[in-house]
Design a protein around this ligand. Structure first.
Ligand code: UDP
Length: 316
């Protein structure tokens, strides 16, 4: 198949590029490199089945030739990034989603939207099932991401209903693994780089807020299974292994054998208190469940971080 992946230079997008090229598809990665990096797909630069187009998908998209799939994964995804790029975030998830939907329609391609557990906001229902409508502050600092992702789901469903476009919507829960940007501000990347540099681990609030972390290979597997099923409503993909942020800090401290202390910093505004996916739908429809536990996943991620030049330099 010929597959376009927007955000193909990003953390998740580039792992998806690896997987789909490995399955023998022709893959076109599109990215404006605001948060993505070309080194994430450097291994494929000489692969004739791989193309990279540097482009901002919030503007009209022109792709030559046929496409079988349009996978829309472009968007800043770290709270630090989307607070820094609020307008770009709103645009890529609204205009960018509209443009990629229009492209899929014109090419008679199938469409895959990367949505997020953030559509549930600070959830009042726990764990979160796909039929929960969420609890989002539209005008808070996280609203630029949460509301634009909610809009992206709405317009995807509208294209499905109005234009009969064959669409998928995945709601991705917290994900980690190699290629997280070292300083992207998210909790796993912060804690690992802080621990490797023997700097204090910055726990926000009292660290009792929870998240459920999935390893990137599990997520990519879920995405590929969704491409093969024909379910058009949103599906949660996440690891229902709920941990407090303090537990994550201690786990990373132990696995890195770091001397770092843990310090407490103010909790960001509207930081969700709890997050845990109900994955019964993914299990029933896709036969999917996560395979990688937190400890081996963190070990792999730490090993990758430890090889990154900026952290190696900091250690020496
Ligand atoms: N967090 C933290 N220290 C950090 C970065 C994040 O305690 O250095 C917390 C953050 O307040 C949140 C959780 O870790 O409760 C997950 O944050 P992240 O930015 O990774 O993603 P989110 O799930 O909030 O989108």
């Amino acid at each position: 198949m010929r597959i376009l992946i927007t955000g193909g230079a990003g953390f998740i997008g580039s792992h998806l590029v690896d997987r789909l090229l490995g399955e023998g598809h022709h893959v076109i990665a599109m990215d404006n490199l605001v948060t993505g990096k070309t080194e994430n797909f450097a291994a494929h630069n000489d692969n004739k089945n791989f193309e990279f187009i540097e482009h901002n998908v919030s503007k009209f998209i022109d792709v030559k030739g046929d496409l079988d799939w349009v996978l829309h994964f472009a968007s800043p995804a770290s709270p630090v990034d989307y607070l820094d790029l609020p307008i770009e975030t709103l645009k890529v998830n609204s205009l960018g989603t509209h443009n990629t939907l229009g492209l899929a329609l014109a090419k008679k391609a199938k469409y895959f939207l990367a949505s997020t557990s953030e559509v549930y906001g600070d959830p009042e229902q726990h764990p979160q099932k796909e039929d929960y409508w969420g609890n989002v502050n539209p005008i808070g600092p996280r609203g630029v991401y949460d509301e634009s992702k909610r809009f992206s789901e709405a317009i995807t469903m509208a294209y499905h209903q109005k234009h009969k476009l064959d669409t998928r919507i995945i709601r991705i829960f917290n994900c980690y693994g190699p290629r997280l940007r070292i300083r992207d501000g998210r909790v796993v990347s912060n804690f690992i780089s802080q621990a490797l540099e023997n700097k204090p681990l910055t726990v926000y609030g009292d660290g009792s807020q929870t998240r459920s972390f999935q390893y990137v290979s599990d997520l990519v597997d879920g995405i590929c299974r969704m491409m093969k099923c024909d379910h058009n409503l949103p599906i949660n993909i996440g690891n229902p292994n709920e941990k407090t942020v303090l537990q994550i800090a201690n786990a990373i401290k132990e696995l890195t054998k770091s001397q770092s202390e843990i310090v407490f910093k103010p909790l960001p505004i509207d930081d969700p208190r709890r997050r845990l996916p109900d994955i019964s739908k993914a299990t029933q429809l896709l036969g999917w469940k996560p395979q990688v536990d937190l400890e081996p996943g963190l070990k792999d991620t730490i090993a990758w971080f430890a090889k990154q030049p900026s952290l190696t330099a900091a250690k020496n």
